[in-house]
Design a protein around this ligand. Sequence first.
Ligand SMILES: Nc1ncnc2c1ncn2[C@@H]1O[C@H](COP(=O)(O)OP(=O)(O)O)[C@@H](O)[C@H]1O
Ligand SMILES: [Mg+2]
Length: 205
Amino acid sequence: MGSSVDTAPRLYHKIFFPKNDQFVGKSDVLKTMHSSLDHSGHDKHHRAAVLWGTGGIGKTQIATAYAHDRKEAGVPLILWINSETRLNLYQDFTDIALGLGLGGAVAGNHAANLFLVQKWLEKTTLTLVDYALATNWLLIFDNVVDYGLVSESWPLGAMGSALLTSRPEICDHLLRSIEVPKFDSNTGRDLILATVSRDCYAATE
Ligand SMILES: Nc1ncnc2c1ncn2[C@@H]1O[C@H](COP(=O)(O)OP(=O)(O)O)[C@@H](O)[C@H]1O
Ligand SMILES: [Mg+2]
């Protein structure tokens, strides 16, 4: 008893931040992310990338923009995992296990919930293959401090993508490394104008 893992497919999107209508620039980084992470019909490899750069440079914003783009493109499962501490990561896997309604998920039983989500992703890829796009799931591990913590929770199934964000670069043969560049002066000007116009709008309300 208890050995069979629930593998019924589900649609589920948990993106921590709403779409940012003020998002500007970074189109080169987004292009690299698409070529590193999106699957085409014939390619069955698990894809992963780390977006890295100094604090405040825009890693979480870019991950958010990419996640909403993939959701709109029809990727059926998008899971956001705040990864700064073990407790953050555990709590998010527990929320996902409960949100997906996985059989056996229990609030507070974090390690077991993580295992359930991991196994479910590994098995469910097989049943979702015909759904919309070739990519079945996208996991976003935001603000990774300890890569070991993330690699323990990695599902091994193909046809999924994982995006990590981190301040330092993480070197691993499993990861494509994408450095976030500073804003160039044109984009910086656009960002300032967008912020100013938002503030002016707020001030006249
Ligand atoms: N591409 C962008 N467009 C608009 N605002 C941005 C962009 N990148 C960063 N910002 C602003 O900078 C802040 C910090 O970005 P964030 O993604 O949280 O940085 P990081 O995750 O690298 O620490 C955001 O809250 C946002 O206000
Ligand atoms: Mg961040």
